[in-house]
Design a protein around this ligand. Structure first.
Ligand code: ARG
Length: 596
C-alpha cells in the first residue's frame, strides 16, 4: 500500500472494516500522507489504487469519503484459501513459518524454593507457556528458562528447615541418635534418606524458621548466617540439605506444570544458583568499566533517566555493603549467559507489573555495559494482579496467598457440577476427565482472555459459565461440531470422502461467507497475539469464531443440505473444529473434549 503510493516513509494502516458496507478491509493511510506532502487526498487515493496489484485478492478497490480505500475480498480468493487449508497435510491451517526464525529466550514461571506456587505464579506460568507455544508454532527457536529462586539470603533458612526435619526424625530414632554424635556425615545421609516431606510440610517448616528469626534471638540469627555462608562456600552438609529442599520443591512444581498442561520440564530449570560463580565477575566488570560506583558501601549503577520523587538518581544495587549479591546481580549474569551462551536474539521476561522498575533498570544497565547489542530485543511482558471479590489481591481468609494447587482442585470440583448438568448419563470416568479439562481450562482461559496488563477479579462462576468468552463455552462449541460428525455416521455421510476431493465451494449464504472469511484470518490473530505477547487476542478470535459458527449452524443445515451444498458446509464445520482445537490445545494448552 505504501509502495503503491510511491513512498516508504508512511504507514499503510490497513484495518478490518467496521461495517460490511465498506468491504472487508479499509486502508486509511492516504489522508495522513496527503497532508504531509500537501496534496489532495482523493487524488492520492486514486493514484494508490491505480498502482495496487491486488486483483487476485480483492475486487476493484473503492474510494470513499475523503480518501479511504475500501477493499473487498474476492470470493475466489476466499474459497481458494479454504481449499488450500483443507489440503494442508501438515495441519498448519495454512499458516506459514517465519522466513527468518530467531532464537528467543522466554523467562517465565520462576517459583521459589520451599514455597508452594501461589496464584501469582499462575499468570507468569500460563502466559509464558502460551508465548512459547505461539513462537514455536511460527518456527522460532524458543529456549525456556525457569529462573527459579534457589539462591540468596533465604537459603540459610531453607537449610535450617531441612535440618530441623532431620532432627525431628532423629528424636524418635535410637539409631539416628547414635549416629548424630558418632558420625555426623552418616547421620546427614541417613536422616535425609528417610525424610519424606512434601512441599506443604517443607513450607511450613520454612515459615516457622522465618518466624523464629523474626522474634530475634542472636544465637539463632548467627546460626542461620553460618548456614548461609556454609552453603555459599559449598560445604557438603549445607549443600545436601539445600538440594533436598530444591528437589522437594521442583517435584511439586512439575506436578503443577503437568496439571496445567504447561510445556516446562526439568531441563528448562536454570535457577539463580546457576549463576552464583559469575556474580563476582559481573560486579568487577561493572566497577572496572566505571559503570558502577561505590555508594555508601554498596556497589550501584545509576542508569540515565532513573530518578526518585526528589529528583535524585536511583541506584540499581548490584552488591550490598555487607558484600552480598542481589536479585539484580543474578539477572545481569543471566542476561550475559543468555546472549553469549544461548545466543539469544530476544529475551522475554514474564513477571508481574510490580517488577517493572527492576527490569527497566536491568535492561538499561546491561545496555550501558554493552552486554546487550542494539540488535537484541529485551522485553518485559508484565501482567496485573489476580483480585478477590473485594477488589484486593486474592488472599485466603487468614490473609495468605492462595495456593495454586487448591485453586485448581476447586476448579475441577466445581466443573464436575457443570458436566453433571450438561450430561448426567456419561460414565463416571468420562465425567472426571471432562471435569479436569473444563476446570483447569477455565482457570487458564480466564487468565488468557483478560488483557494481561489489567488486574482481573477471579470468579469461579464467571469462568465456568457456559455462555460468554470462557473455556467451557469454547470446549462446548468444539464438542458440538464433533457431535455433528458423530451424527453423520448414523446418516451414512462419509465426511472424509466428501472433503478429500473437494475442488469447488459454494459460498452463497451470508453466514457461510462470514464464517469463511473469519476462518482464513486465524493467522492474523496469531500474529497480533504474538507481536504484543497478548494471548487475549487469540481468545477473542476463537470466541468470535465460535459465535460465527453458531450463526452459520443456526441458518444453514449441514447434514440435511443437498449434495451441492453439503461438502462446503462440512468443510466449514471441519475447519472451524480444527481451528478451535488448534487454538485451544496447541497454543493455549487447554484440552478439548469430544463430548460434553
Ligand atoms: N522468582 C521471582 C518471583 O517469584 C521471579 C523471577 C523472574 N525472572 C527473573 N529473571 N527475574 O517473583
Amino acid at each position: 500500500m505504501a509502495a503503491a503510493a510511491g513512498r516508504s516513509d508512511c504507514a499503510a494502516i490497513v484495518r478490518l472494516s467496521t461495517d460490511p458496507k465498506f468491504g472487508d478491509y479499509q486502508a486509511n493511510g492516504v489522508m495522513a500522507l496527503a497532508k504531509k506532502i500537501k496534496t489532495n487526498p482523493r487524488k492520492l487515493a486514486e493514484q494508490v489504487v491505480s498502482n495496487l496489484d491486488i486483483a487476485d485478492i480483492c475486487e476493484p478497490p473503492e474510494i470513499a469519503g475523503p480518501g479511504f480505500i475500501n477493499l473487498r475480498l474476492k470470493s475466489d480468493f476466499i474459497t481458494g484459501r479454504l481449499l488450500q487449508i483443507n489440503a494442508d497435510v501438515e495441519n498448519r491451517l495454512g499458516i506459514e513459518k517465519e522466513a527468518q526464525p530467531r532464537t528467543i529466550v522466554v523467562d517465565f514461571s520462576c517459583p521459589n524454593i520451599a514455597k508452594q506456587m501461589h496464584v501469582g505464579h499462575l499468570r507468569s506460568t500460563v502466559i509464558g507457556d502460551c508465548i512459547c507455544r505461539m513462537l514455536e508454532f511460527l518456527g522460532h527457536n524458543v529456549i525456556r528458562q525457569n529462573h527459579i529462586g534457589d539462591w540468596g539470603l533465604q537459603m540459610g533458612m531453607v537449610v535450617q528447615a531441612i535440618e530441623t526435619a532431620c532432627f525431628n526424625l532423629t528424636s524418635n530414632d535410637k539409631y539416628l541418635l547414635s549416629l548424630l554424635s558418632e558420625n555426623p556425615q552418616k547421620w546427614e545421609n541417613e536422616s535425609l534418606k528417610r525424610i519424606d516431606l512434601n512441599l506443604e510440610q517443607l513450607e511450613s517448616l520454612y515459615i516457622k524458621t522465618n518466624k523464629a528469626l523474626e522474634i530475634g534471638h542472636p544465637d539463632f540469627e548467627e546460626r542461620i548466617r553460618r548456614l548461609l555462608v556454609g552453603l555459599q562456600h559449598g560445604e557438603t552438609g549445607c549443600l545436601i540439605f539445600w538440594s533436598k529442599a530444591r528437589d522437594i520443591t521442583l517435584k511439586e512444581c512439575q506436578r503443577m506444570y503437568n496439571l496445567l498442561n504447561v510445556t516446562l520440564t526439568g531441563k528448562d530449570i536454570r535457577g539463580e544458583s546457576f549463576y552464583k560463580d559469575d556474580l563476582h565477575e559481573v560486579v568487577d566488570k561493572l566497577l572496572k568499566s566505571k559503570i558502577a560506583e561505590k555508594s555508601e558501601g554498596a556497589v550501584c549503577v545509576f542508569p540515565d533517566g532513573f530518578k526518585n520523587k526528589e529528583g535524585q538518581r536511583l541506584p540499581f544495587i548490584v552488591q550490598k555493603s555487607d558484600s552480598a549479591y542481589l536479585y539484580a546481580t543474578t539477572d545481569l549474569a543471566a542476561i550475559r549467559y543468555r546472549i553469549n551462551e544461548l545466543k539469544a536474539d530476544k529475551i522475554v521476561y514474564v513477571t508481574d507489573a510490580r517488577q517493572k522498575l527492576h527490569f527497566e533498570m536491568l535492561f538499561a544497565t546491561a545496555r550501558m555495559a554493552k552486554w546487550v547489542g542494539d540488535d537484541i530485543e529485551l522485553s518485559h511482558v508484565m501482567f496485573g494482579s489476580v483480585l478477590g471479590d473485594d477488589g484486593a489481591p486474592l488472599k485466603t481468609r487468614s490473609g495468605e496467598n492462595v495456593k495454586l494447587k487448591e485453586l485448581l482442585d476447586e476448579a475441577v470440583e466445581r466443573a464436575k457440577a457443570v458436566v453433571e448438568e450438561k450430561n448426567p448419563n456419561l460414565p463416571a470416568d468420562k465425567k472426571q476427565k471432562i471435569a479436569e479439562a473444563v476446570g483447569i481450562g477455565a482457570v487458564k482461559y480466564a487468565d488468557y482472555s483478560n488483557n494481561r496488563t489489567s488486574d482481573y477479579v477471579f470468579s469461579f462462576d464467571k469462568m465456568l459459565a457456559m455462555d460468554g468468552n470462557t473455556a467451557p463455552y469454547m470446549q462446548y462449541a468444539y464438542a458440538r461440531i464433533k457431535s455433528i460428525e458423530r451424527k453423520a455416521q448414523t446418516k451414512d455421510v462419509d465426511i472424509a470422502t466428501e472433503l478429500a476431493g473437494l475442488e469447488r465451494l459454494d459460498l452463497t449464504e451470508l453466514a457461510e461467507l462470514e464464517l469463511a472469511k473469519y476462518l482464513i484470518r486465524y493467522g492474523e490473530a496469531i500474529d497480533a497475539a504474538v507481536s504484543d505477547y497478548r494471548p487475549n487476542y487469540l481468545t477473542a478470535y476463537l470466541y468470535e469464531l465460535a459465535q460465527k459458527f453458531s450463526a452459520f449452524y443456526t441458518n444453514c443445515p449441514v447434514l440435511d443440505a443437498g449434495p451441492d451444498k453439503r461438502p462446503t458446509r462440512l468443510l466449514l464445520c471441519d475447519l472451524t473444529a480444527r481451528t478451535i482445537k488448534h487454538g485451544l490445545s496447541e497454543l493455549l494448552g487447554i484440552e478439548v473434549v469430544e463430548q460434553m
